[in-house]
Structure formats: C-alpha cells, structure tokens
Design a protein around this ligand. Structure first.
Ligand code: F6P
Length: 319
C-alpha cells in the first residue's frame, strides 16, 4: 500500500508547476497519505533534500510562477549508480511513490527509477510542448501569452521605425511555441524545424512590403536553428527594411500561470495522485482531445510529439 508520496519538479521550470504541486499535495492529503516534497529536482533527491509538507504549504501558490521547490538539471542521472542511489534514498525515507513534474528529460529519469523498483508518475511540465504522450504541457499556454505580449509591444516600436523585427523564441527542438506565436501574431514569417527558412521567398516578400510602405514586419524564429543577427544583417542589406533582433530567452518561462495552465495542472495532478495510489505500475498522465489520459511510463517515453503540421499549412495560407 502507498503511504508516503514525494513530488519533485525537474528540468526547465514552467508556469503552472506550483499549481500542479498544490493539487498533488492536496489530493494526496485527501486520500489520507503523507506528502513530501523534494527540493532541487533529481539533485535534491540524490542529496536527500526531502521534507514532509502539509496543506498550509500549498497556500497561495496556485498563481505563482516558477517552482517553489526549485528545479535543476542533473545530467549524471543517466548513470545507473546515481539512479540506484536515488532509489535507496527514497527507500530510506520510506517513500512509496514519486511524482515528477517536468519534460522528457524528467520522464527518462522517472523511467530509470521505475526500473530500480520505484513506483513513479510523470506530469508534463515544460513550456516547449514537446512531450509525446500529451497534446499539451503545463506552461506552454502561459509562455505563448508572454511571447504574444512581447511581440505586441515590439510591433509598436517596429511600426514607429518601419523596421523588421526578428524575435527568437524557445522550444528547444520543437516549433510549437514559434508556430503558435506566429499564428497568434499574424507574423510575416516563422522559421522553425517544421517551417524552415526559405531565404529568397522571405526577402522578396519583405521587398514587396517595403515597396508598399508597410509599417513593420514580424518574423518569429525558433531557437537553436540559425544566427538571427546574421539573418537580420542580410535582411537589412537585401530588402530595404532595417532589421532588429530580440531574443526573448527565459522571460518566456516566468510569470503567473494563465488560467488554462492552472486548470490543466489541476486536472493532470489529481489523476497522477490517483494513479500512484490506486493502480499498479508506473505511469505518466497527459491530455488527449481534452481528456485526461495515462500511459505506462516505458511506452510514454517512446512516444514522439506530433508536430503541428496543420498549423504550417494555415500559416502559409495566411501569408
Ligand atoms: O525546456 C525548456 C527550455 O526553456 C527550452 O526551451 C530551452 O532550450 C531550455 O529550457 C533552456 O534551458 P536552461 O534555462 O537550462 O538554459
């Protein structure tokens, strides 16, 4: 029987992680379980930074950005000896189940722990929206809203100066943030894995816009693909538009979670707690067609995120 449940957050933080933590703790207490938090992700786990919490711990955190139990990246967690140490520590603390909130790296860590006999459940929390076992991840909607707020502001100043703004957004290898932002902002172009740069097409479009005296042009670029400063220089040289670059960076990970992320966190977390208490084996939870679903964790880590190719066609049609 599961008596003690611990929760950690790992990888890049995402708005809504605290809302998820809140529901995990409250749901666990509702089922009569002893609830623990682990500070600093897997690093804290290996160091035994594990503390029992009560309902008061969850007060006024539903709307807080970041993660109050902090996060970390621990590449050493790929090492089976480190995983074994983590499993031993959980045993020492008599923790019967571990819930991890994070992205695919977090899931891989959880899966390794499950192979060392730990009962686990993963909750998808990352702004990247790149987890295969869910349609949406906690933090994506808020990060997208943040990007849109920034782009709206940039449009004002770009328009005042008749400039072309290149805006780099996060997403690691996934273009979801870029594509959704481009659609939401009516951007002139989006450059991401799913929608690669077509230089000549872009330049000729910008030249045409310049000739029509358009006030500004917005181009959303996914990170890790190209050097936006070099592209901006080329645009300035080739199109007549003066180009400027902005890297939104970790601004995209901060801020209060939007209502959608708070609700998503709550629905997923309640199911994660139920699963570790009532079901055998180790799972992840996710959202498919607006329904909460769960998968065996080993199956889940093999699932590939379905990229938003439908959006690509729509963006192309609107350009
Ligand atoms: O996974 C979330 C994310 O924000 C990615 O979009 C980005 O590539 C990465 O984390 C940056 O991580 P860090 O803050 O550790 O440099």
């Amino acid at each position: 029987m599961v008596r003690r449940i611990a929760i950690l957050t790992s990888g890049g933080d995402a708005p809504g992680m605290n809302a998820a933590l809140r529901v995990c703790i409250r749901a666990g207490l509702h089922y009569g379980k002893e609830m623990y938090v682990i500070y600093d992700g897997y690093r804290g786990l290996v160091e035994g930074n594990i503390h029992q919490v009560n309902k008061e711990f969850t007060q006024d955190i539903i709307n807080r950005g970041g993660t109050i139990i902090r996060s970390a990246r621990l590449p050493e967690f790929k090492n089976p000896e480190v995983v074994q140490k983590a499993a031993d520590i959980l045993k020492d603390f008599e923790i019967d189940a571990l819930i991890g909130i994070g992205g695919d790296g977090t899931y891989k860590g959880l899966e390794s722990l499950s192979k060392h006999g730990v009962k686990v459940c993963g909750i998808p929390g990352t702004i990247d929206n790149d987890v295969g076992s869910t349609d949406e991840t906690i933090g994506f909607a808020t990060a997208l809203n943040t990007i849109c707020e920034c782009v709206d502001k940039l449009k004002d100043t770009s328009g005042s100066h008749q400039r072309c703004s290149l805006i780099e957004v996060m997403g690691r290898d996934c273009g979801d943030l870029a594509m959704h932002a481009a659609l939401a902002e009516g951007a002139e172009d989006v450059i991401c894995v799913e929608h690669p740069l077509k230089e000549e097409k872009l330049f000729s479009k910008l030249r045409k816009m310049k000739a029509q005296n358009k006030s500004h042009a917005i181009i959303i670029v996914s990170e890790n693909l190209l050097n936006i400063n070099e592209l901006a220089e080329k645009i300035s040289k080739e199109t007549g538009f003066e180009a400027r670059t902005e890297v939104l960076g970790r601004l995209q990970r901060g801020g209060e979670p939007c209502a959608h992320d708070r609700i998503l966190s709550s629905r997923l977390s309640a199911e994660a707690v139920r699963l570790v208490i009532e079901e055998e084996g180790s799972h992840v939870v996710g959202m498919k067609n607006n329904t909460v679903v769960s998968y065996d964790i080993t199956e889940a880590v093999k699932m590939k995120h379905e990229h938003t190719h439908g959006l690509r066609a729509l963006i192309d049609m609107l350009q």
